[in-house]
Design a protein around this ligand. Structure first.
Ligand code: GDP
Length: 200
């Protein structure tokens, strides 16, 4: 689906560094280590595109990627938000990024959907709910993407999906459909791509 090039555009630390809101965009949020870089790489078909966002110094930046799409469709930005939930992050760093995150979520009229990544083994954690509440108050529709599905036994999947659905019921901005993915095996990647490509 993303036939064209997909390139890292820039990492920004302030609103005035953001590219013009001249095309639709989607953003990805998740706890550190949830598998966000792996998912973005699987999605874009690039092996290490999102690696940049995981290198020290880059972790507090909002990273913009340009998604190449098939002919006759409009381009999109894919936005990689900094991973949250670092146990040892200094408070000023956390506060600075929360401020930027809030500004970003309420300041991008072209932002069509946030994908909140949830580790399929662990389900929704309190820190994920904080982000969901922020998305609610920013009126940004969000959809949960479960990662590392290959690490969950078939028989355990239904109860995890139920747990996530139960949590989502409390969030007005939640889009009810879940996407179960494995960057390792490729499960759900096409579904996610198609979801992004068909947003209007
Ligand atoms: P990030 O911190 O959210 O960007 O997470 P990474 O993409 O760096 O992944 C964190 C760890 O989870 C790495 O060791 C990955 O190899 C592993 N991982 C990521 N996605 C998957 C997956 O779909 N399946 C499995 N089994 N491991 C994964």
């Amino acid at each position: 689906l993303f036939a064209g090039p997909c390139d890292f555009l820039k990492g920004v630390v302030a609103m005035d560094g953001m590219p013009p809101a001249d095309r639709l965009e989607v953003c990805f949020a998740g706890r550190s280590n949830v598998g966000k870089s792996s998912l973005i790489n699987a999605l874009t078909g690039r092996k290490s595109l999102a690696r940049a966002s995981n290198t020290p110094g880059r972790t507090q930046e909002i990273n913009f990627f340009e998604l190449g799409l098939p002919e006759n469709s409009t381009e999109r930005y894919l936005v990689d938000l900094p991973g949250y939930g670092y146990a040892n992050a200094p408070i000023p760093v956390v506060e600075k990024w929360q401020r930027l995150l809030k500004q970003y979520l309420s300041g991008r009229p072209n932002l069509r959907r946030a994908f909140v990544l949830i580790d399929a083994r662990h389900g929704v954690k309190p820190v994920d709910e904080e982000i969901m509440s922020l998305l609610d108050s920013s009126a940004v529709t969000f959809q949960c993407v479960l990662t590392k599905a290959d690490k969950v036994k078939e028989k355990d999947r239904a109860s995890i999906l139920d747990q996530v659905r139960g949590k989502l019921a409390k969030h007005p901005a939640a889009y009810p459909e879940l996407i179960l993915t494995s960057s390792e095996k490729g499960d759900g990647i096409e579904t996610l791509r198609a979801t992004i490509a068909t947003l209007t």
